[in-house]
Write a protein that binds this ligand. Structure first.
Ligand SMILES: Cc1ncc(COP(=O)(O)O)c(C=O)c1O
Length: 299
């Protein structure tokens, strides 16, 4: 946990950032992968040695590949070339069988549904257990610990929480735990400006991996959040770079989006309040892409 004092400056609320990049596979998804597998083991949906199948942009897949390697479950992954090559290589390193749905222009509104369909086919053909992250309820519980840690680690009451949503598991699990300590917590979901469907705008193609799937996450109901902030990709990328240089927070575009939103809320609230957000994953996952490449045309 760090306080991002340089980014916030003196005229804004405090910004606290929970650092999740040091989890075993470098992202907060390790929490939910373990929760999905252990939840299924507990109630018998998953038997010893059974194959597991998932559709994923790569972070969930890396975490599941790690957990399945340790526990001895073969893993089939459906992913895409729209996502970081480091993530695809990580899944393979842990022994997962990875299949790609081509999407060279980026994360299009059709991509995640196509990946979901292919994962469902594999489950039907092979009898594999489908973790089905978007509809899995165990994965939300996997993030409760994150919220409980924040309640212990932030020095004072938390006024607001901002989180970029894909499945919305992190947002939901964390904000539910935070609300137990701060019932008035202002809950902000963050989405890409180019595919701002929660803001009522049309779905589109974008480059902030991990969210902006072009539809409402099925477990994210309107009463679970208070505000939506849409962050353009170019701002999320610029903020990710700035956070590394000014705060030592080395991360990816979704963390950049989280910080853009947190700064917006912190400026609105002003000094004397605390805004919390999350470093989703390590910048090591993005070194081969355009985020940290020099020079940087466009993004
Ligand atoms: C890099 C990255 N950022 C953010 C998210 C969003 O997290 P969640 O699925 O918990 O909403 C994900 C999810 O895949 C991700 O991979």
């Amino acid at each position: 946990m760090i306080r991002a004092g340089r980014l916030a400056g003196t005229d804004a609320a405090e910004i606290w950032v929970k650092l999740e990049g040091a989890n075993p596979t470098g992202s907060y998804k390790d929490r939910m992968a373990l929760a999905m597998i252990e939840g299924a083991e507990r109630d018998g949906r998953l038997s010893p040695g059974q194959t597991v199948v998932e559709y994923t942009g790569g972070s969930t897949g890396s975490s599941l590949a790690f957990v399945c390697a340790v526990k001895g479950y073969p893993l089939r992954i459906v992913s895409s070339d729209a996502f970081a090559v480091e993530k695809l290589a990580t899944m393979r390193a842990f022994g997962a069988q990875v299949e790609l749905v081509p999407s060279p222009s980026g994360i299009t509104p059709d991509l995640i549904p196509a990946m979901m369909r292919r994962a469902a086919e594999i489950a039907a053909e092979t009898g594999a257990f489908a973790t089905d992250q978007f509809n899995n309820t165990d994965m939300i519980d996997g993030y409760r610990g994150l919220g409980e840690e924040l309640n212990r680690q932030v020095a004072g009451p938390i006024a607001a929480f901002c989180s970029y949503v894909g499945t919305a598991g992190c947002f939901l699990g964390t904000s539910r735990a935070l609300r137990e300590a701060a019932p008035d917590l202002h809950r902000v979901v963050v989405e890409p400006g180019e595919s701002a469907v929660l803001s009522g705008r049309p779905a589109g193609t974008h480059h902030i991996e991990g969210g902006g799937t072009g539809r409402r996450p099925p477990q994210l109901h309107e009463h679970e959040y208070d505000e939506v902030i849409a962050v353009p990709g170019v701002e999320a990328f610029a903020m990710a770079r700035a956070a590394a240089r000014t705060e030592g927070v080395f991360s990816g575009p979704s963390t950049g989006a989280n910080l853009v939103a947190a700064l917006q809320v912190a400026r609105r609230l002003g000094p004397g309040h605390r805004v919390v957000t999350i470093q989703v994953d390590s910048g090591l996952k993005y070194l081969a892409g355009s985020l940290y490449a020099e020079p940087r045309p466009g993004l």
